[in-house]
Design a protein. Structure first.
Length: 246
């Protein structure tokens, strides 16, 4: 509710004053242009269109409340559904794909092998970054990125819109985005499961709670976590203790 959000803002303001005071003692300065405030409501459908009244005003600057922000290469929004990140990355990849097409001609330009090297080195890593976090939340996100990849593969193979996508992927040896996303997700969550007791306990708790009844919006998440645990048990992967990780 609005009352809870206001309380949250007040608590953040009080905590920030303490942090700011400690920073001053260490002779450290806060970059207010890069420091932002985001609120993630318990209900993802809750609208936070007007966030101006949530700004934290300090003696040295203002911490602006925003609805989306780029943090460590990931575009975060209040819903945490990955749509903003996918849209932004899709726009960047579209520009790169167009540049790839301009560097190719029938009698001049890059060799197809060079084109594929550029695709693998400069374009695919952009939309693969963040895939393990968002890909299993919504299949629509995968579809949008797959369209971008299809366009890039057509460009480097000389295919047209009627060319079978499966054939183009077979020729280039490039995985479908869904396949790649699954590999990256399994790798990430398997590593976290084996190296972090906090994540491991959280995964086991989620699987236990959803054993009898699984909410529809958690279906993909639970399926992924089940597969992670099954693969670890099947292959007898060593699970590190806290003492081993010290």
């Amino acid at each position: 509710s609005e009352r809870d959000i206001v309380r949250c803002r007040q608590a953040l303001a009080e905590d920030f004053i303490t942090i700011e005071r400690q920073f001053l003692e260490l002779d450290l300065q806060i970059n207010y242009s890069k420091t932002k405030l985001m609120i993630f409501p318990a209900d993802p459908l809750e609208n936070l269109a007007n966030t101006n009244h949530l700004n934290i005003i300090t003696s040295n600057g203002i911490i602006e409340a925003v609805n989306e922000y780029k943090y460590l290469g990931i575009y975060l929004d209040t819903k945490l559904d990955g749509k903003t990140h996918t849209t932004k990355i899709g726009e960047k990849c579209e520009k790169d794909i167009n540049a790839l097409r301009y560097m190719k001609g029938s009698n001049w330009g890059n060799h197809p092998v060079t084109q594929q090297d550029l695709l693998n080195a400069a374009i695919r890593p952009k939309f693969e970054y963040g895939l393990p976090i968002f890909s299993w939340l919504n299949n629509t996100l995968i579809s949008k990125l797959q369209v971008k990849q299809n366009k890039a593969i057509r460009s480097l193979t000389g295919g047209v819109k009627t060319s079978p996508i499966s054939a183009l992927h077979a020729i280039t040896g490039i995985d479908y985005v869904q396949t790649r996303a699954t590999k990256l997700s399994l790798r990430l969550f398997s590593k976290l499961y084996c190296t972090s007791s906090v994540i491991r306990n959280l995964i086991n708790e989620i699987l236990s709670l959803c054993e009898l009844h699984c909410p529809y919006r958690l279906k993909n998440t639970v399926q992924l976590l089940k597969r992670v645990k099954e693969q670890i048990d099947l292959n007898h992967v060593h699970i590190f203790s806290n003492d081993e990780l010290r």
